[in-house]
Design a protein around this ligand. Structure first.
Ligand code: PHE
Length: 449
């Protein structure tokens, strides 16, 4: 079986693909304002601690489970179980992950479609196609449907190419382009009046804000979303890794890139907001908090781009292009979850699996678009607030309790005979057994009360 499965061609290809999955809309549109509104550098610190203490161990559970099984989550969780009950619960967990990943893609594709629309709208309007440009940026059902479909078709096209020729090839193209664009934009914004003010807000630590329970819950949720955890994305990527790679350091690199790019995005977003404020754009809401999410992306920043005159068109196109690239390397990893399952379970061709899964998810997106007010927020909350942490908890239980310790150690020893003596082996099993499940459960229980 291992021979007919796809495989990443190189370590760097894997790292870029996994980091591409992790670095997405969450990093650029969520993290910077969340940090600025919640204690600046102090929040960044708490986020770093949570990401390394909680999210990284779960990421490792996924990578190790996936690489061990060389198969999707359902295969991975049933293979390590030796009792019918744990096999059944494992299969149910895997299937739930596939559904949650698909639902995440159903809302993600809508938002990513908007990004595509804005990317094209700026050059169009400067070329004199004002009405097309307005159509692409105004919130209407036909525009939402069209752009979501375009984005889904791009995602499906890459997934049809396979692990090496699709996922890896596109991630190694898009990720460097993303980093270059991000750095160039941040450097440009630094030259504008007001940028320093934004940097101060982003970086001056305010420790009084970081110790609230709600904040830690929010930070945990974003860390899980940001590292694409729980739904089996990282597990399936891990399953395409060769047995020669030592996973703990590869996983750490992926986590570092994800966090690093979130922090880097802050160097673009916060200065941009204060530059906009300097030019008369309102950047605070009625309660005095920084505007965030959709208002930030689709009204504050566009107002800034307009105020920059002709160079604004280039800056805007680069910015929305950046968002589109970040979204695409994440969406392919979401679609790969159901596709890998369909290919492995029903021996479908990748083309067929991608077409059918992509079409069904596109139809779910369409239902969300037609019932936007009632469904959009609901799907996001269900999948990211509840689905991801709970599935993450189950993965910890399987990696920590169900998986035989010896077999786990053998997995690590495949490429590091001294694995037993590493810090990873001393700490991680305990973490994934006790610390992660307990903390996820406590945080989760608190959020329900
Ligand atoms: N990590 C992605 C982001 O930050 C989102 C994602 C979630 C990707 C779950 C895959 C699976 O935008």
């Amino acid at each position: 079986m291992a021979t007919s499965r796809g495989q990443f061609g190189s370590r760097i290809g894997f790292i870029l693909a996994a980091a591409g999955s992790a670095v997405g809309l969450g990093n650029i549109w969520g993290f910077p304002t969340q940090a600025a509104s919640n204690g600046g550098a102090a929040f960044v610190l708490v986020y770093l601690v949570l990401a390394f203490l909680l999210a990284y161990p779960v990421l490792m559970a996924e990578l190790l489970l996936g690489r061990h099984a060389h198969g999707n989550t359902v295969i991975a969780l049933t293979r390590i179980s030796d009792r019918p009950l744990t096999k059944a619960i494992g299969a149910a967990t895997g299937l739930t992950g596939i559904i949650v990943a698909s639902l995440i893609l159903s809302f993600y594709a809508i938002v990513a479609g908007w990004m595509l629309g804005f990317t094209v709208a700026y050059p169009l309007s400067s070329l004199g196609f004002g009405s097309s440009s307005t159509w692409l940026t105004a919130f209407t059902v036909p525009r939402n449907l069209t752009l979501m479909t375009c984005f889904m078709v791009m995602t499906m096209g890459i997934i049809m190419g396979g692990v090496h020729n699709g996922i890896e090839r596109w991630s190694t193209r898009l990720m460097p382009a993303l980093v270059v664009t991000l750095v160039a934009l941040a450097l440009y914004v630094f030259t504008l009046d007001g940028a320093v003010e934004g940097l101060k807000v982003y970086l001056l630590p305010d420790f009084s804000k970081v110790f609230s329970g709600d904040l830690i819950l929010a930070a945990l949720g974003s860390a899980f979303f940001s590292l694409s955890l729980g739904v089996g994305t990282m597990l399936i990527y891990g399953s395409y890794l060769s047995d020669d790679e030592y996973l703990p350091s590869i996983g750490a690199q992926v986590a570092l890139i994800d966090i690093g790019l979130a922090v880097l995005a802050g160097f673009l977003i916060l200065p941009s907001m204060y530059v906009a404020a300097e030019r008369g754009v309102e950047i605070f809401d009625a309660s005095g908090a920084l505007l965030s999410e959709d208002t930030l992306i689709f009204s504050v920043l566009p107002a800034l781009f307009t105020s920059l005159g002709s160079i604004g068109v280039i800056v805007a196109t680069a910015f929305f292009g950046l968002m589109s690239m970040a979204a695409l390397t994440s969406s392919i990893s979401m679609l790969e979850v159901p596709v890998a399952f369909l290919v492995e379970r029903f021996q479908w061709s990748r083309q067929r699996a991608a077409t059918i899964a992509g079409t069904i998810i596109g139809l779910i997106s369409a239902v969300v678009i037609f019932n936007f007010e009632s469904l959009f927020g609901l799907v996001i909350a269900l999948t990211t607030r509840y689905g991801q942490p709970l599935l993450g908890l189950m993965l910890c239980v399987y990696a920590g309790w169900v998986w035989n310790r010896n077999s786990l150690l053998q997995e690590l020893k495949k490429n590091n005979p001294a694995a037993e003596k590493t810090w990873f082996w001393r700490l991680w099993p305990f973490y994934v057994r006790i610390v992660c499940p307990a903390i996820i459960a406590i945080i989760f229980a608190r959020s329900l009360l």
